[in-house]
Design a protein around this ligand. Structure first.
Ligand SMILES: NC(=O)c1ccc[n+]([C@@H]2O[C@H](COP(=O)([O-])OP(=O)(O)OC[C@H]3O[C@@H](n4cnc5c(N)ncnc54)[C@H](O)[C@@H]3O)[C@@H](O)[C@H]2O)c1
Length: 342
């Protein structure tokens, strides 16, 4: 029995090693699903610099603006259309799949049936696709994959996960399905649990969105009404760190990974603490607080995320702290407002 297990593990590793070696010999051909959201456009820019413009294909079901369309290959891909996805993988010789399509936490609660379709049925499609064509597949998870029964400060990599949003439930489902396909079929499934990701692009309807909206409102109107209480602590990271994490993790050899799902984070702060840092740039801005349904979601999520396993296994090391983050966001949001009014 032990011998059989050893042989199986060896076969699994050889299979996985083959993916790693192939992808290191030449740049991988990458497809990003749900690519017109907050993370996808930046991710495509980042990976195109690394692997070449034509090797990273951005896709979504909505129309890109001219800037995105001119930046590199863009195609229509509905993750609910399995045959359509097969055609794309074959036609474009895809090797890595970055699966971003999702309905986020706050939006998901407003349309549960659609969230089930996009987040759960969509996941079934992409994971089968990855298995059929031996793709390396990256699926982001989230702090929202934890719930009120999880330890919140800190939240370790492995602990109770009983989320209370359909978004969280769908992400736990994705984590477990991916791990199952890895153990059963040797699928090269990789997953990072991101905290709230902060960038100057519009957010997609999550619970951590306030940390982006506050910069836009303060710089345009001089005040911000926050939908969370002032002392709501949540883990966060700048998009630059999120993309570095994604890229380093995707390139990590399978041999050094002890898990398929890792927590990653860079900092934790409250709305009050963020506002205090922003006063240095806009001394007279006002912040008021009117908690809504998102408060209950935030209260069930981790306050401080323990990413020590990622730091140990593949040397994850974030670069942007709260002071840098405020400096970067002030500059970039000002530029955005000046150029297109957003
Ligand atoms: N942004 C964050 O703070 C954050 C944090 C943790 C995890 N994540 C995860 O990262 C991923 C990307 O997040 P984001 O903020 O860019 O999301 P987003 O909501 O901004 O974008 C999601 C995209 O999915 C697309 N989509 C919806 N239905 C689709 C379908 N049927 N077929 C193809 N595409 C479809 C949408 O058009 C949208 O452009 C998500 O899986 C999210 O769960 C994000």
């Amino acid at each position: 029995m032990a011998l059989l297990q050893k042989l199986f593990q060896k076969a699994l590793l050889t299979n996985l090693r083959a993916y790693s070696v192939n992808s290191l010999q030449k740049p991988p051909k990458i497809l990003i699903t749900g690519g017109l959201g907050q993370l996808g456009v930046e991710c495509a820019k980042f990976l195109r610099q690394k692997y070449g413009q034509q090797n990273v294909i951005l896709s979504d079901i909505i129309q890109p603006n001219l800037e995105v369309a001119n930046d590199g290959p863009y195609i229509f891909a509905d993750i609910l259309d399995f045959k359509g996805l097969q055609k794309i993988v074959v036609d474009h010789r895809i090797e890595w799949l970055i699966h971003f399509s999702a309905l986020l936490s706050a939006i998901g609660e407003q349309n549960v049936p659609l969230a089930v379709r996009v987040n759960i049925e969509g996941m079934h499609n992409v994971i089968e696709l990855a298995k059929q064509y031996k793709l390396r597949i990256f699926v982001p998870s989230t702090i929202g994959a934890f719930g009120p029964d999880s330890p919140r400060n800190p939240t370790p990599n492995i602990t109770v996960q009983r989320p209370r949003t359909i978004y969280g439930v769908s992400k736990v489902h994705a984590e477990l399905l991916g791990e199952y396909y890895y153990h059963k079929f040797g699928l090269d499934f990789r997953c990072l649990r991101f905290p709230g990701v902060i960038s100057s692009d519009p957010p997609g309807g999550g619970t951590t969105d306030y940390a982006i909206a506050i910069f836009h409102d303060v710089l345009r109107k001089g005040h911000y009404q926050c939908y969370l209480k002032p002392d709501t602590r949540l883990p966060m990271m700048h998009v630059r760190d999120a993309l570095n994490a994604l890229s380093e993790f995707l390139e990590a050899p399978n041999e050094i990974l002890n898990r398929r799902c890792y927590n990653v984070t860079a900092m934790s702060f409250t709305p009050e603490e963020l506002a205090e840092k922003m006063i240095k740039y806009v001394p007279d801005f006002k912040i008021t607080y009117m908690p809504d349904a998102r408060q209950e979601i935030a209260d069930s999520w981790p306050q401080v995320f323990d990413d020590s396993e990622a730091r140990r296994d593949w040397k994850w090391n974030p670069q942007v702290d709260l002071d840098n983050l405020v400096e970067i966001m002030m500059r970039e949001v000002k530029e955005k407002i000046a150029s297109n009014g957003f």
